[in-house]
Design a protein. Sequence first.
Length: 494
Amino acid sequence: MIAGTAILGFAGTLGGMDISIVVVAVLLLFVISYVFGREEKDTNDFFLGRRRVPSIVACLSFAAAEISALTIIGFPATAYGENWEYVPFFIGQALARVSVAFLFLPVFYKYDCTSIYEFLRHRFGRETQYAGSIFFFVTRLIASGVRLYAACLGVSLIMGWSLVQTLLMFTVVSIIFIAFGGIKAVVWAGAYQAICFLAAGIALFIYLIYQIHDGLAEAWQIADQAGRLSACRFDFNLNDPTTFWVGSVNGFFIGMASFGTDQEMTQRLLTVKTHKASQRTLISTIITVIPIMCLYLAIGTLLYVFYQQNPDVIRPAEAKEVISHFVAHSLPAGLKGLLLAAIILASIDSPLSSLASSFITDIYRPLTKNKATEKHYLLVSRGGVVVFGLILALIALACEPVKNILWFAFKIFSITGGAILGVFLLGLLTRRKANKGNIIAMVASTLCTLVLMLLSHFGVIRLAWSWLIVIGTGTTMFLGYLLGPITIKSELPK
């Protein structure tokens, strides 16, 4: 009832129908959490759902995790303020899904991984597992903090709340929801969320079409003349992140890092029974995720046309506020509540379960030598959800100065994502023995990409940020391969 009570405070801003839609949508999450979380007996239940989740549910949940508030808020903002040159990224990500399905998932099932970083222990050693897990914590917390900020930005603008008040509400709801229900609640709720995202997007798209004078033909002409429909440029400017070649390569590497080395995303794929079912689940997300992302890009384009045709209507102060501004000031009752519910639901599916599972499996269990009871590990898991939830809220609060939240999220992910992807690919594509050398390689790779990003940002060098994850991946693999034999030899007893 926490969410319902908080939302009832908005009565002055929303109509009764809108309040009802939002309250029912959020309370359904708690129903799902209760139904699927009441029989959690151990960490196998809490983190993997005993691998009994239906493939279609896992597919929709994966889609919900990938979409998040960053899609609902960030994609329309990008299309409204820029264009469709995000499309090559989709192509790269589609290829990445196929690569992860056949390269990564079989070994995760072979080693019966609860955390995917257990593979690094089997392949290299305990130290590499620790490093992989720690890098995941840093990467996922920062990236998810941006996603949480996107959701809070949307809701705070619609409701007139401060960012701190909105963050507090989301953090409390997320902690209660995930700490009680575990991965089964997250996965089943994700399927429900994906359907809500699609329904809200379609409803808003149809409404915008009816608000535009002379329909889609006129909208197309206005957007095209303003360069808002530019999608694929095939020139060979490798320092332009929006060209087809650079964008698709960036999408491929970020896709492999996200889908194959990020516990938040991969954990959902491990809840189905077999690796073949998991492969089908991941590949099928191509036809579930990408159409929804294109839908929200189209919404951004239509919003641009709407404001061009209606110069007397007050526009948002910044592009990142466009959909929230439109929902707050231009949508009718009912539809406003549906969009607000979608934004709220997109924020609640946070990475708290995956962060807790990686912490327990990769760090806490080894430190306690697996001597505690399952009840103890389950309790610590839920405590981890609380701690990580508070850290996530602080990171989201620090993101307030960010302008383009979509590109910023990918830039941040690229800094450490290349290091994690590199060490996984070293283990999957080579037979090189390494352990402590991997840690040196990952740290050096991260520092290298960070320096390059700063040099590019301040204009010292010309380098598209899209290459950061490619450079980070290659640097990690090269240094890990080179240092492996040296560090292994130094670890041998004399």
